[in-house]
Design a protein around this ligand. Sequence first.
Ligand code: UDP
Length: 421
Amino acid sequence: MPQVMYETNPSDEKVEHKLTRVEDYEPLIGPETVDRLLDKARKLYGFHVTHFNSTYYGGGVAELLSSLTLLLNGLGIRAGWRVLQGAPDFFGITKNMHNALQGRPFEFTPLKQRIYENIVYENSVRNHLDHDMVMIHDPQPLPLIVHYKKMCPWIWRCHIDLSNPHRDLWRYLSQFVEQYDAAIFSIKEYTQSLAIPQIIILPAIDPFSSKNCELTEEEMTGRLAHYNIPTDLPLVAQISRFDPWKDPKGVIQAFQIARRETPATLVLLGNFASDDPEGAQIYESLLESRDERVLILPNGDDTALVNTLQRKAAVVVQKSLREGFGLTVTEAMWKATPVIGGNVGGIRYQIQDGVNGFLVSSVEETAGRIVQLLKNPKERDELGARAKETVRERFLMSRYLEQHLDLFTAFEAKFRYKGGV
Ligand code: UDP
């Protein structure tokens, strides 16, 4: 059962807080693994680490950090999480940088560079970092490192698909990356020619979060009814930030082809991240495609709705054109729902084509797989069962936690030996 912590509220009543503990994973990963994790954590008791990224909510990085930092603290490791503050023009620039790192054209004018570097500098002034390790996520806060006297290991954790980065931009960013002690990427295809060690850590999901935990039929029916989502026909769903890389237009096109052969309802559910100013525009551009069987809902912050759709959909689609690693893919697989994913980036490591889901490279292929799955409930069940097992074996937060414990241990020892920088 989740750990129960008590705290006194202003009216002096006891408030019960529940946190997931490593022991809760035992039925999923076995007692030996739990013991090993506890043992590794015990040796790091009091270790002080901070994570720095660019949004508290919206997108996979916030999702990962929210579970990881709580688990670590439950183990006595003082893991904090800070967020870069910036105005929309800053996040407009960093989103374009993100897009360029995933292959889009980009002009990094002196003005953009100045805004980027100034905002990062301002954040360094108001953030006093006195830790045993600093973990910086993605390009937004990357240059922070130049503003500190480095007293501990600094790690750059890149979550994006770097298989074909904009060359000039990457050259500029790599001058910062090389000041770190190591860089972490989600898969080996994203590693670069760098003078520092590069580590691979695949992301993972928290099976106990409100997005992934079991729900009752009544709760799920309630969520679907609340948003007027019809259940008379099978549901096809894609749940993603409104972002061009998630190819929502391609999903609608594929659905339009598929529905000619087999009736269904498409739900495109999305949300917006505070570090992604593109979202509203993409959402607006989709609205003309709506009809009674094509629902485009901006209510993706309702985690119980996300959970419900991933459970109730006959098919989940994640037709990304680039994807560092698609948490949404793993979330749906965990719910034994078959996923049709874009044959790109991290999704290739999540889905084994034809075994626990399907990988697709075009609108037509996506349509074909949607029809195939909608017509074959038995195949859906078989793929879904294998998908769930894949997640249990390879993509749970417990594995992610262990890789972080190993990282802390390795760098703590190395740094102590070197006597700091
Ligand atoms: N998400 C959500 N509501 C939405 C869309 C996405 O809660 O409407 C969550 C999703 O469940 C997942 C995360 O945001 O946990 C997205 O992570 P992913 O790696 O799939 O993509 P990213 O947004 O980081 O590119």
